[in-house]
Design a protein around this ligand. Sequence first.
Ligand SMILES: Cc1ncc(COP(=O)(O)O)c(C=O)c1O
Length: 348
Amino acid sequence: MFEKEFELLPQLQDHPRVDLGLTRTNIDPLNRLGSELGISLSTKRDDTLNLALGGNKVRQLEYYLGPAQQMGADTVLITGAVQSNFVRLCAAAARKLGWHPVIQLEDRVPNTDPIYNNSGNVLIDKMLGAEIHYFPEGENEAAADANLDAIAADLKTKGRTPYVIHLGTDHPPLGGLGYALCAVETYVQLQEAGQQVDHVVIPSGSSLTHAGFLAGARAIGWDVPIHGICVRRGVEPQKPRVLQRTREVMSLLGGVAEISENDIIVDDTVLAPGYGQLNDEVMEAINLSARQEALLLDPVYTGRTMAGLISLVRRGVIEPNQSTLFIHTGGLPALFAYETKLTEFAGW
Ligand SMILES: Cc1ncc(COP(=O)(O)O)c(C=O)c1O
């Protein structure tokens, strides 16, 4: 698996990586939705990645946990929102490797609904037997990381070998390597199928999916525009963050290409009222995708990213008949946690 990808970008093998059962994901056509929008549309199905209901973080975790395996870790710690897919998949990856998962859930979304706080990803965290800690300050990455470090220090005194996955931008963006590999994989698949795309549309949150894909594409000389749809922060803080992280991923790849400011495209047109909160555009994107394609999207990441794509088409940034690839990053367990909000918002 990935021989062609590693041939094109051998630096991907310079970093330790655990095996979480990664295989290439499909690129599926979305003909009905595309013709409704007047473009040629397809989707890279990373929602189908093969671990505990899938999603983009499986690719990131393969690289995050490489150094953990090398140091002989037996415990992995991670922090995230209550309905974090990253946290769920980290707990799953830890179990798959025979390790103990410790997770910290932060209050990032104003939501006291018991279904939000107990269903979806949280239910799976519990099923996986993760040790759960709660942290109230959801907007303070440094404080969340510091609290995680304190829990890890305590575990060490109890004889464990903990490994912390930090969220802050002062830690190396190892997860981005997983999306550099995804970009190369996508390029190889398109070449094999004799296809090309004019635009890639991808979510931009912590930014490692976006930054990794961009670094991987530019590293092999693929200069397609990659539109990051803001799911957490507005353009102003997100653009420098993506630039910094993309350059860091590129330097992990041996600095084989330059990243300029012009490479960074971020769009926050559909972000309001904020992270994890529904709006009309997200609801329309979720309904259209389900009803035209049976393509299920979540309210936090992929629904917003599809709403961003639709907005790019309506504003003429993606022109009629242009070919566009939507990166489906998963997140479907959150659908169930958002039952109350979705039902209220859609009026079902
Ligand atoms: C389903 C899903 N899509 C997209 C993202 C955003 O990815 P990133 O944090 O790498 O920007 C996340 C982040 O948690 C996610 O869970």
